[in-house]
Design a protein around this ligand. Structure first.
Ligand SMILES: Cc1cc2nc3c(=O)[nH]c(=O)nc-3n(C[C@H](O)[C@H](O)[C@H](O)COP(=O)(O)OP(=O)(O)OC[C@H]3O[C@@H](n4cnc5c(N)ncnc54)[C@H](O)[C@@H]3O)c2cc1C
Length: 381
């Protein structure tokens, strides 16, 4: 019988994994012994890092979209459908439109993050964000007409996608307004839910003096409780109050409901072994990328590295060999520190990050990576 490998989610992790498996199983797929199916709920693959540049008019959302089928090896069955139920005992899946294989031998969940603005009263009405295509475009309109007042960037809840992106946004906004001669009339405040400016203490230690240098106000231990959109006021669980003219908020995140319904983890994040990426509560289920609860940042680089681990493990298991590859927490990330300078971090479970001084070279490296991302998605980089 054909061995069914089903990957749910055709974002960064799912696409890299599908291409890797197509390569490893080329002859078995051709012989009909193995089938690799990639299920995604839209025709397009979306590269979210582009959205950071949209509010500043540097990129358009369409720059971050490509047809998924163009990125994936032709040996992979691409199914455009949404998985609506997982029965981990029977190893069966249910689909919204009945599209994909019902049975799986190996299941990989690569379903990413979902935004949950409704968890904070008033946030949907009062806050902008660049964590969706529509949000980034709407924020572009707001920023272009914003010439004076108080801009607040508030990180609401953690974990969230790309922990560096809120820092990047305020550094870029500061520089963008300065270059346009508007900075003196615009105050910028950054709020963060814990007692420092970033979840990772080493990155926080590096970022805090840069923020001070640039006159970016910081409010730490600020957990937004409610937004009064009409009067432009945020209140925090700690009793703080902040007036704003333009609120850019990173909304609370969760995984997808069916993960919780299948008993695989809380808030839609799959509980996994941090090394093997196997689900803790089911056999023959892996998770990678944002949905895998590993404690490392929710970043595309993480999804990419984890895909290589899962591919090796699944290939070994289907060939009755020991699976040896383990994820060691590798994360890399460029951090924009203005419109034309950036830093860079690389770390893992054991080694902390140590960001170098910002440089133009690193900014250009980030832009070059964004262009070459499409090779990564194809599994070529
Ligand atoms: C503004 C912004 C900037 C960022 N910048 C960076 C950066 O510079 N560097 C970096 O490394 N990361 C960055 N990230 C984070 C990065 O985009 C994510 O961490 C990455 O996309 C996660 O990959 P993934 O494969 O886990 O999920 P995703 O790429 O989100 O893919 C998940 C896919 O699964 C699909 N799906 C979900 N549920 C179902 C279902 N039930 N059935 C079928 N399909 C389903 C979704 O529609 C989606 O296509 C950024 C994110 C944002 C928002």
């Amino acid at each position: 019988m054909t061995q069914e490998v089903v990957i749910v989610g055709g974002g960064t992790g799912g696409s890299v994994l599908a291409n890797d498996l197509a390569d490893r199983f080329a002859s078995e797929i051709d012989a009909g012994d193995v089938r690799v199916t990639l299920v995604n709920d839209s025709e397009d693959h979306v590269y979210k890092p582009v959205w950071l540049y949209v509010p500043f008019g540097k990129r358009e959302p369409s720059d971050g979209r490509r047809p998924l089928r163009d990125l994936v090896d032709s040996r992979v069955d691409v199914v455009v459908d949404r998985v609506t139920d997982i029965d981990t005992d029977a190893q069966r899946l249910t689909y919204r439109d009945g599209g994909g294989p019902g049975r799986y031998d190996k299941l990989v969940l690569a379903t990413g993050s979902t935004l949950a603005p409704d968890e904070i009263p008033g946030l949907a009405e009062g806050g902008h964000n660049y964590y969706t295509e529509e949000g980034a475009l709407a924020l572009q309109d707001e920023l272009l007409s914003f010439t004076e007042g108080h801009l607040v960037l508030s990180v609401i809840g953690s974990p969230h996608m790309c922990p560096a992106a809120p820092l990047e946004f305020v550094f870029m906004a500061d520089d963008w307004f300065r270059k346009r001669g508007l900075r003196e009339d615009i105050d910028i405040t950054y709020t963060y839910p814990i007692q420092r400016v970033h979840g990772n203490p080493h990155i926080a230690e590096w970022a805090a003096p840069l923020m001070e240098e640039r006159d970016i106000n910081v409010e730490t231990f600020f957990n937004a409780e409610e937004i009064d959109a009409e009067n432009g006021v945020m209140t925090s669980m700690e009793g703080g109050e902040l007036d704003y003219d333009l609120l850019v908020a990173i909304p609370p995140h969760r995984g997808i409901d069916l993960v919780e319904e299948a008993g695989l983890g809380d808030r839609g994040w799959v509980e996994v072994d941090k090394g093997t990426l196997e689900a803790v509560h089911a056999d023959n289920v892996y998770a990678l990328g944002d949905t895998a609860d590993t404690g490392v940042p929710k970043a595309g680089s993480v999804a990419h590295y984890q895909a290589g681990v899962v591919a090796q493990r699944i290939a070994s298991e289907l060939r009755d060999r020991p699976a040896t590859e383990v994820y060691h927490g590798k994360t890399v990330c460029f951090i924009e520190t203005g419109m034309d300078a950036a830093s860079y971090v690389e770390f893992d479970y054991e080694t902390p990050p140590s960001p170098p001084s910002p440089s133009k070279k690193l900014h250009w490296a980030k832009l070059a990576y964004n262009e070459s991302y499409w090779l990564t998605a194809r599994g070529l980089l």
